[in-house]
Design a protein around this ligand. Structure first.
Ligand code: ADP
Length: 575
């Protein structure tokens, strides 16, 4: 358990000093809390000795008043130091996490880690921030207070000291067994919460499909099962915890009674005086409160270990290396704008791209065609460093893309995906993301070129209309055009285009084609093509299958070869 405290303190980074300072104030607050009891002890002693007078009464009263004020003050300082440090630690950590996620390869997000990230952000961090940081100094205070209590007993009489030490020992054994049982369950409980989060996210994301296939009942059943599992585990956690917490209460009662019995015996035999006996009675119920509270708080912290593990796991995911120092300059002279040189890559051990080599000159268009699953999207993703190549290299303007900072590489590339994502923000901001420092006129101009100006102006608040999450309030074609406006504004020299397969109405289709033509003017293009008609004029067509380039050349050349491409063209023409 000391390990958890150690991990928590380590986590506080540059705020470690503040947290440690809060131990002192929390300890002083603990001492001040004892002052009224001590005053009470003296008060009774004076009465018993018949020495109580007005002056002593006033002094005792002042001592109690001052201690109450100081207690409030120390508590306040301790809270400021500790809770504020807790919030600052997590504000920093969330920013660091954001920065880290930004640098992770795309694979991390597609491999079922979204639930883990949500869990870390929404559950683990919030739990530690709200429950752990605030109790760190309390825990330290409990341990110190218990030490003082036992020492006081030793000062009074060695037998009382040994008995209280023994009782503390029993507390430690029961407490640790309780923590062991609850730790095991808390891990399962957290895992259940994580899989529940994933199921909820999955259901929310796929709600359209779920409804259209009438799977609401089926999916709700799964969700209900997850809720029930989570509830079951939470109850099991309580069931495992309760007997031990009762045992701790029992030990508290029996321990207190034993100390009282021994003190009474020592008083009877004349070892301790009347005043000390009264003092003993006053402090008795405070004797083991510290160690009991320590384990009570610790039991709440058992989930912390698992939460800390998960936070550390997300932070441990390997980032894409972004150490490149080379930059692109307008004066660079280079042969090809894009060059793949013997590129091999696999998402797992198995290679999905095998020694792919091709080059695209500035202003030219390369089209990737071929059967589904052949590797076209993978080729395009590697250019944007969504993943890094396994072997070989990819050059942009003559520079290995791993040798330039990710930021400058992204400045060179615009991507139009089939699946558009618009943020829950104004239309204006959704376009301006393309180049945040663009002027209003430039944003309007991009919207006009992308053929979306007219429909934007018909929206209730024009460019200031807030789009629903994911673009929910616009048609598919309109979303697509806004995403193209973004790219036009960005004006990057290379455009990766994943040609839409989804059929849109004829008007939309024409508008999208016009928008794309605007975007592609004077650009170097890498197009993932599904309809071969649209890429007839491409400078080169690459037929990709099984992760290899099977055929390469312009339309005329490939038709003459009468290979797979020619066959595909004939098939599409026949439809
Ligand atoms: P295409 O774009 O030609 O349809 P892809 O590049 O999407 O082909 O896929 C090539 C291969 O890589 C396929 O076998 C596919 O299953 C696999 N693949 C694609 N994306 C991933 C991914 N994120 N994780 C694991 N395998 C993937």
């Amino acid at each position: 358990m000391i390990k958890i405290m150690h991990r928590l303190i380590n986590m506080t980074g540059r705020y470690k000093g503040r947290i440690r300072a809060s131990y002192i104030t929390a300890f002083l607050k603990g001492l001040m809390m004892k002052v009224p009891l001590i005053a009470c002890f003296f008060c009774i002693s004076f009465f018993m000795q018949h020495t109580m007078d007005k002056t002593k009464c006033i002094y005792l009263g002042i001592a109690v008043l001052v201690s109450v004020i100081l207690e409030a003050l120390f508590e306040h300082i301790s809270n400021i130091l500790q809770s504020a440090a807790g919030y600052m630690v997590f504000a920093d950590m969330r920013l660091r996490l954001g920065d880290h996620l930004r640098k992770l390869p795309m694979g991390y997000f597609t491999e079922g880690n979204i639930g883990k990230i949500s869990s870390v952000l929404a559950t683990d961090m919030v739990f530690i921030e709200e429950n752990c940081m605030g109790v760190l100094s309390e825990l330290v205070t409990f341990l110190i207070s218990q030490g003082i209590m036992v020492t006081m007993m030793f000062v009074m009489d060695i037998r009382l000291g040994l008995l209280s030490l023994l009782i503390v020992g029993v507390f430690v054994i029961i407490g640790n067994l309780m923590l062991k049982a609850t730790t095991e369950h808390s891990i399962i409980k957290q895992e259940a919460a994580e899989s529940l989060t994933e199921e909820v996210l999955d259901m929310a994301e796929g709600i359209g499909i779920i409804k259209s296939y009438n799977l609401l009942g089926e999916r709700s059943k799964r969700l209900t099962e997850e809720f029930e599992k989570s509830c079951r585990e939470s109850i099991r956690f309580e069931v495992d915890y309760t007997p031990w917490s009762r045992a701790l209460y029992l030990a508290f009662g029996i321990g207190t009674a034993l100390v009282l019995a021994l003190s009474a015996y020592l008083h009877q035999t004349g070892v301790i005086s009347d005043e000390y006996m009264v003092g003993m009675a006053l402090f008795l119920f405070d004797m083991f409160v510290a160690i009991k509270s320590y384990y009570g708080q610790m039991a709440r912290l058992t989930v912390t270990d698992a939460s800390l593990d998960r936070i550390e796991e997300v932070f441990a995911a390997e980032e894409l290396k972004d150490e490149g120092k080379k930059t692109f300059a307008a004066t660079d002279s280079f042969g090809n704008e894009i060059e793949y040189d013997n590129v091999s890559f696999g998402y797992t051990e198995k290679d999905v791209l095998k020694k792919v080599s091709f080059a695209v000159k500035q202003g030219e268009m390369a089209a990737l065609v071929g059967p589904s699953g052949g590797g076209k999207s993978t080729i395009a993703s590697l250019l944007a460093r969504f993943w890094d190549v396994k072997s070989g290299r990819i050059l942009v303007k003559g520079k290995d893309i791993r040798e330039v900072p990710l930021g400058s590489l992204m400045d060179q590339i615009s991507m139009v995906f089939q699946r558009v994502y618009l943020f829950q923000d104004t239309v204006y901001n959704n376009i301006a993301i393309g180049r945040p420092n663009a002027t209003k006129e430039e944003v309007m101009e991009a919207a006009k070129k992308a053929r979306c100006y007219d429909f934007i102006m018909q929206l209730p608040e024009g460019f200031d209309t807030v789009i629903g999450e994911g673009g929910a309030s616009l048609s598919g074609g309109e979303q697509q055009r806004i995403s193209i406006a973004r790219c036009i504004l960005k004006d990057a020299p290379i455009v990766i285009l994943d040609e839409a397969t989804a059929s849109v109405d004829a008007d939309n289709e024409r508008a999208i084609q016009e928008a794309i033509s605007e975007l592609c003017k004077n650009k170097t293009l890498l197009v993932i093509a599904h309809r071969l008609k649209t890429i007839r004029d491409a400078d080169q067509i690459l037929l990709i299958a099984d992760g290899e380039i099977k055929e390469q050349g312009d339309h005329k050349k490939l038709m003459e070869q009468k290979g797979t491409y020619a066959h595909m063209v004939e098939l599409q023409a026949a439809v």
